[in-house]
Write a protein that binds this ligand. Structure first.
Ligand SMILES: Cc1cc2nc3c(=O)[nH]c(=O)nc-3n(C[C@H](O)[C@H](O)[C@H](O)COP(=O)(O)OP(=O)(O)OC[C@H]3O[C@@H](n4cnc5c(N)ncnc54)[C@H](O)[C@@H]3O)c2cc1C
Ligand code: SF4
Length: 837
């Protein structure tokens, strides 16, 4: 493209003649991600050069489309995902015509005309119309209740449908379909995903990763039907179900079509621009008409169309360079993908189909649910699929994009960057430090490591400041850890001082709040809010439970627990279930029970018509289906048999799982059951930053699975191995070995000290696994193993606080305390529903 040709320098002539230049008129069709980003890039280069008008079909300001999934899932609101609000348009002199799509382009007269009849002239036109969802042409596709997943209107329609509950069918098991299914399922709908192919996300995942993903989604209650070919959407006045070609019919009051997208080329085609799969553009995003540019999902560059944001950012940079007279050129993109389903880590980049000469390096760790596959060809990475542990995704992607020779790293490649670069233990900070400046950190916003570092060096010393400054981590958030590490590397202590605020109500971070609570001897929530200048009158659902816990931990015996600052399960001392009834789990010390307890449980089940009793993974009996108003009576009956609350609902000690140990087992070296009972008697009732599980195994065969618990004891011939930081939940983590001790009493003392350190120093809602990964095992060893006096003090503080917390909450309620919580008509609003595990 010749940038000095027709149209590109028309105004310069006026300027040289001393006549005030009329700014060139740039009209943008499409107020979406690419259209607005192109203008942002342009403003950053030459803010005064163009007079900009943006037409948007949607009646909204520019928002982050990729965050529609978290909005649907209830993790964000629309306001959270606005990229540029009205002030941005106003401050930059941009005219926004929203809710009025452009209907025609007159290339000869250089005008566009909107559906409402508004005609605007342009010197440059930028088409950024994105894509249209593809609707499969089956009978019933136009029935009310059949929608796509593309914009905020679609999300509003899904939320309205989910409010009524019932069944939803999502057609399409790709990225979008699975995110829609996840959101609807979190909103309480019973979701079936129909996928034509045999593997979910088959364009991004291979069979093995697809299978793991399918299993994980099924475990969360979704029904996934692969090889499912839709024949018809059935219903008379509204959708009632989906009939498959094999004859099955799946009931549904909502059908979401997410089977693919097509570049929106209608306008371009109608005005005679060259169109292939998308609007054809050259390396400077110029179409077959030199006055018209196009960018985003609507374009075809070098035969490729793209459906992810990262390439759009590169296109926008090239476009802005061209529009400001410094053409650089776009050369196509290699893309990577992550699935935004919380708790499921999936990463895919490049080509994993392999082909001639390609070799696979595969790592499977079944117990951790980890699968990694790196495809190598001619000593270069050409593709990568990661499931379960995606921490090294950006490293593989960087090597792939740069076509680096990996022959020297090959033996360690699959173990990730830390191992491949010679370090035994993974140090996330060292890994980020080793990335090159142009390595991509934030895929959603196309921000490289160099740009993040420049932003930090330019004064951004908190995560929020980086988000505001260069947009890294401002979208799906999966790169937040990388950005935090870059902050730490670049600023050192300056950032460690507390860049992350507890919530939006305060500028203080968790650690600062805790420190101030002690330093200023603050003893109530209103006092903390007052003295630390809270910006809201009563806080929010994030800070209230955290403050309640921090005060409880700092002032055992003194602080008055604030029930209304607890999540609903803790307030009710039972787990609320999806039908509004509760489940009740009595404590069974170390997993032991007896006829009296079993009889009491059986009686409760009969007397209160509990529809189900279940043996939990933590060796207890869970009684389901108890009505709220019956809870006190149920507890009274269980109390009468000597049973107390199992705290199965709490951020607290849950269960101490044991094996039978030396008392019964041929292999047992110690009395693991007896030790488990002692540990549970010592630690029950203690409130924690998050739920906390313990296990004791009688020998290294480890039948109690102690190595995936927050604190695990494995008995060995010479004593007790103590393990910490395990997690068997969504993200499985095996424990780290803390140390070995010789006696039961030491095992108990070290356990108490570890719990207390966690209670005093972890942030609220941080489990031991991420806590240890954040602060490092060495630190914990230094406090508990190497510092005898410190350990004893921790143990003492724990035992002291237990003197005030080992009151059975059931007994208090059964005796009539806080009776109103159980009144039938009471309208208590849960602060937030939480996981019920
Ligand atoms: C739910 C969802 C989740 C996603 N998640 C991810 C993700 O995790 N990662 C990722 O990389 N990508 C993701 N994407 C894809 C990403 O959003 C798109 O690649 C990106 O939005 C494309 O930008 P664009 O500007 O080309 O199109 P859009 O953002 O769609 O913008 C086009 C705009 O043009 C408007 N328009 C169309 N015709 C006209 C007209 N005639 N006149 C005026 N305006 C018009 C449209 O209304 C729209 O607002 C996701 C998409 C969706 C829908
Ligand atoms: S862990 Fe060892 S002692 Fe315990 S039940 Fe298993 S084999 Fe027996």
């Amino acid at each position: 493209m010749d940038f000095t040709g027709d149209g590109w320098t028309a105004e310069a002539a006026d300027e040289s003649a001393g006549v005030p230049a009329r700014r060139e008129r740039l009209v943008v069709v499409g107020n979406g991600m690419a259209g607005c980003r192109a203008i942002e890039e342009l403003l950053a280069r030459d803010a005064g050069r163009y007079q900009v008008t943006i037409f948007g079909a949607e009646p909204r300001v520019n928002y982050n489309r990729i965050m529609l999934s978290p909005v649907l899932a209830g993790e964000k609101s629309f306001d959270d995902i606005v990229i540029n609000g009205h002030d941005w348009y106003r401050d930059n002199g941009i005219e926004l015509i929203a809710g009025d799509p452009v209907a025609a382009i007159d290339r000869v007269g250089r005008t566009v005309t909107s559906r409402a009849g508004r005609t605007v002239a342009y010197d440059r036109l930028l088409i950024a119309t994105g894509s249209d969802p593809f609707i499969i042409p089956v009978p019933g596709k136009d029935l009310p209740g059949v929608i796509s997943f593309r914009d905020m209107n679609d999300v509003d329609a899904m939320l309205a449908a989910a409010d009524k509950g019932g069944d939803a069918v999502v057609i399409g098991g790709g990225l979008l379909g699975l995110e829609a299914a996840h959101g609807l399922s979190l909103r309480g709908m019973k979701v079936t995903v129909l996928h034509l192919m045999s593997t979910l996300m088959e364009r991004q995942l291979d069979e093995a990763a697809g299978w793991l993903l399918k299993s994980a989604l099924e475990a969360r209650g979704q029904t996934i039907l692969t090889g499912a070919d839709t024949a018809e959407i059935v219903g008379t006045d509204a959708v009632e179900g989906v009939r498959l070609k094999d004859g099955r019919t799946i009931p549904a009051s909502l059908v979401v079509m997410a089977v693919g997208i097509r570049p929106n080329v209608a306008l371009a085609r109608d005005c005679g621009l060259e169109v292939g799969r998308g609007i054809k553009v050259d390396d400077h995003m110029v179409t077959s008409d030199p006055a018209i540019l196009a960018v985003g999902e609507c374009v075809e560059h070098d035969g490729q169309v793209y459906g992810l944001v990262a390439p759009l950012w590169e296109m926008c940079r090239a476009l802005a360079d061209g529009l400001t007279g410094k053409p650089t050129g776009y050369r196509g993109s290699v893309t990577s993908t992550k699935l935004k389903v919380s708790g499921i880590d999936v990463f895919s980049a490049g080509d994993f189909a392999g082909g001639d000469g390609a070799e696979d390096i595969v790592l499977r760790d079944a117990s951790r649910g980890v699968y990694k596959r790196v495809v190598v060809k001619d000593d270069r990475i050409v593709g990568a699929v990661l499931y379960g542990d995606t921490a090294d995704g950006s490293w593989y992607f960087d090597l792939l994009k740069k076509r680096e020779d990996i022959s020297d790293l090959r033996d360690f490649l699959i173990f990730g960057q830390a191992y491949a670069s010679g370090g035994g233990q993974a140090d996330p900070k060292a890994a980020v430090a080793a990335l090159s400046d142009d390595a991509e950190i934030c895929g959603c916003n196309g921000v490289s490591k160099g740009q993040v570092v420049a932003c930090i060096e330019g004064g951004a010393c908190s995560l929020d400041a980086v988000r505001a400054g260069c947009k890294a981590s401002a979208s799906c958030g999966s790169c937040t850890g990388l950005v935090e590490n870059l902050l730490a590397i670049t600023l050192g202590d300056a950032v460690e001082a507390g860049p992350k605020t507890l919530c939006k109500c305060t500028s203080f971070g968790h650690d600062d709040v805790r420190r101030e609570i002690v330093a200023q001897a603050m003893k109530s929530i209103p006092e903390v809010m007052q003295k630390l200048h809270w910006s809201t009158p009563d806080g929010c659902s994030s800070c209230r439970p955290a403050l309640n816990y921090y005060l409880l931990c700092a002032w055992p015996g003194e602080y008055q627990d604030d029930q209304q600052s607890r999540f609903v399960n803790e307030r009710m001392h039972a787990n609320i279930q999806k039908d509004g009834t509760y489940s009740v789990v009595p404590r069974m010390w170390g997993g032991l029970t007896n006829p009296r307890e079993l009889r009491a449980i059986a009686d409760v089940v009969e007397k209160y018509n509990a529809p189900m009793v279940k043996v939990t993974g933590g060796q207890r009996l869970d009684i389901f289906g108890i009505r709220k108003e019956d809870l006190p009576a149920v507890w009274a009956d269980l109390n009468a048999a000597g049973m107390v609350s199992g705290h199965a609902y709490g951020k607290s000690l849950r269960t101490v799982k044991t094996c039978v140990g030396s008392e019964w087992c041929r292999f047992g070296t110690q009395d693991s059951t007896g030790l488990g009972v002692k540990i549970e008697r010592m630690s029950w009732g203690s409130w924690m930053p998050h739920k906390f599980k313990i296990a004791v195994s009688g020998c290294p065969r480890n039948c109690a699975e102690a190595t995936i618990k927050d604190f695990g004891v494995v008995c060995v011939d010479s004593g007790y191995e103590l393990h910490v930081g395990g997690n068997g939940g969504i993200k499985v983590r095996a424990t780290d070995l803390l140390c070995k001790v010789a006696t039961e009493q030491e095992a108990l003392d070290y356990c108490a000290a570890f719990i207390q350190l966690y209670r005093e120093e972890a942030r609220y809602l941080e489990r031991t696994a991420p806590w240890i990964e954040r602060i490092g095992l060495d630190y914990i060893k230094s406090r508990i193993v190497e510092d005898d006096e410190g350990r004893r003090a921790l143990t003492e503080r724990f035992l002291h606080s237990q003197r005030f917390s080992q009151d059975d909450p059931w007994a208090e309620r059964a005796a009539g305390q806080a009776r109103e919580q159980h009144a039938h008509m009471a309208a208590f609003k849960p602060i937030r529903e939480e996981e019920l595990a």
